[in-house]
Design a protein around this ligand. Structure first.
Ligand code: AMP
Length: 396
């Protein structure tokens, strides 16, 4: 069902509650990367220009007890946002109460206010994270409309996303809209051929994604640590490579069901230890010595994956091809990243997490159609699961 987007709402002179994702990395009270604040700007600026009273919510880190609040105030985020917007952002440091309510009442059209970290409400019984109905209702009572732009938390039913949305007319912000457009449409209605590339450490983390994409995609390329459980299922010697023994049976079943759709690497970059140093070699996946581990795909696999990608019109990538944190085992991930980035005329999507970080680090960010802002949320979306944060937004 199509969801309302922020441009479907008449926001002028209205108090618009906005759930953003300002969960930025911090060190010693300073923001180390303001990317998430920058990404939230289009929706906030749109609301300001339409003369809305903008009231922002976000979580920051995890808060279980009083002591966890230390260093998790959103004050630095409010300060940075004020700089980026070039206007004042009111911050009273509360998540409820008279002081906050008075500050909201004092807002003029186009003004911006930010709540304190929504998870400060978790200290007293996980009200935010357990979607306490009273909290959602109370927050909703402070506004006229709700805009959810926090895709990163859409896979969770919290008071600040699902709770508020259950009590107010709501819409997706521009960032959320982009995620729905790219991830949602690529999985549900892809332009073909549709190729998925999955990597990362464990099969167990990605079973749902593999199963869903096996149905939806034309090919599913599998690299990274999880490929070794598939090799084991094929009866190969995998040495001391990463293995999930309890998933070998599942891998065998997936290979059978895939009917040739699953493409595995043909060579591996191996080492005796889990280390960037040592006697590092490339071997065929049929010749991994018993005392060695595969830590990256090899050059032949990169070529093979390039060929499999040729002509693809939709590509979804999630997970590195090797231990890319170590320079000697980053080549596979870099090679695949380049191969996808260089595709002409394809919709190319990175589903969050390590692969997104790798593409940005390598300077390829601009070459992808979409890099998802949510790790867990994009995985669940790729699994074809309903995301509660998204489901709660009003239908068109
Ligand atoms: P994930 O969070 O599941 O996407 O997994 C990412 C992690 O998988 C990274 O930290 C990689 O170092 C790790 N990884 C990728 N390939 C391998 C491999 N062949 N052996 C061990 N770990 C790997």
């Amino acid at each position: 069902m199509a969801k309302k987007i922020v441009t479907d709402l008449d926001v002028t002179a209205k108090k618009v509650l906005v759930r953003a994702d300002f969960n930025v990395p911090m060190k010693d009270g300073k923001i180390t990367n303001d990317d998430r604040i920058v990404q939230a700007l289009p929706t906030i600026k749109h609301l300001i220009s339409e003369g809305a009273k903008v009231i922002l919510f976000s979580h920051l880190g995890r808060v279980k007890e009083e002591a966890d609040k230390e260093g998790k105030s959103l004050q630095p985020v409010a300060n940075r946002l004020a700089e980026l917007l070039g206007q004042e952002v009111t911050f009273v440091g509360e998540t409820r109460g008279e002081k906050l309510e008075n500050a909201i009442d004092a807002l003029g059209n186009g003004d911006v206010l930010m709540f304190e970290n929504t998870r400060f409400e978790d200290v007293d019984g996980k009200k935010e994270s357990k979607n306490d109905p009273e909290l959602g209702k109370y927050w909703a009572s402070l506004g006229d409309l709700f805009v959810n732009d926090a895709f990163g938390t859409a896979h969770r039913a919290h008071a600040s996303n699902v709770g508020i949305a259950s009590n107010l007319e709501s819409a997706a912000g521009f960032l959320m809209e982009k995620e729905i457009k790219f991830i949602g449409e690529s999985v549900d209605n892809p332009v073909r051929p549709f190729v998925a590339i999955l990597g990362g450490a464990k099969v167990s983390d990605k079973i749902g994604v593999i199963e869903n994409l096996l149905e939806k995609a034309d090919k599913v390329i599998i690299g990274g640590g999880m490929s070794y459980t598939f090799f084991k299922a094929q009866g190969k010697e995998i040495g001391t490579s990463l293995l999930e023994a309890d998933k070998v049976e599942l891998a065998r079943d997936l290979l059978e069901r895939a009917n040739g759709k699953i493409i595995l690497p043909v060579d591996a970059t191996i080492n005796k230890e889990f280390s960037n140093e040592g006697d590092i070699n490339v071997v065929s996946v049929d010749q991994i010595p018993a005392d060695q581990m595969g830590l990256d795909i090899g050059p032949e696999s990169i070529k093979q994956f390039e060929q499999e990608l040729a002509g693809a019109k939709t590509v979804v990538w999630n997970g590195p091809m090797g231990v890319f944190e170590m320079s000697n085992f980053a080549k596979g991930t870099i090679g695949v990243c380049e191969a996808i980035a260089n595709l002409d005329d394809a919709t190319t999507i990175i589903g969050g997490g390590d692969s997104a970080a790798a593409a940005m680090q390598l300077g390829f960010a601009e070459k992808f159609s979409h890099i998802s802002t949510g790790g867990g949320a994009s995985l669940e979306y790729l699994e074809g699961k309903e995301l509660p944060g998204l489901a709660a937004i009003s239908d068109k």
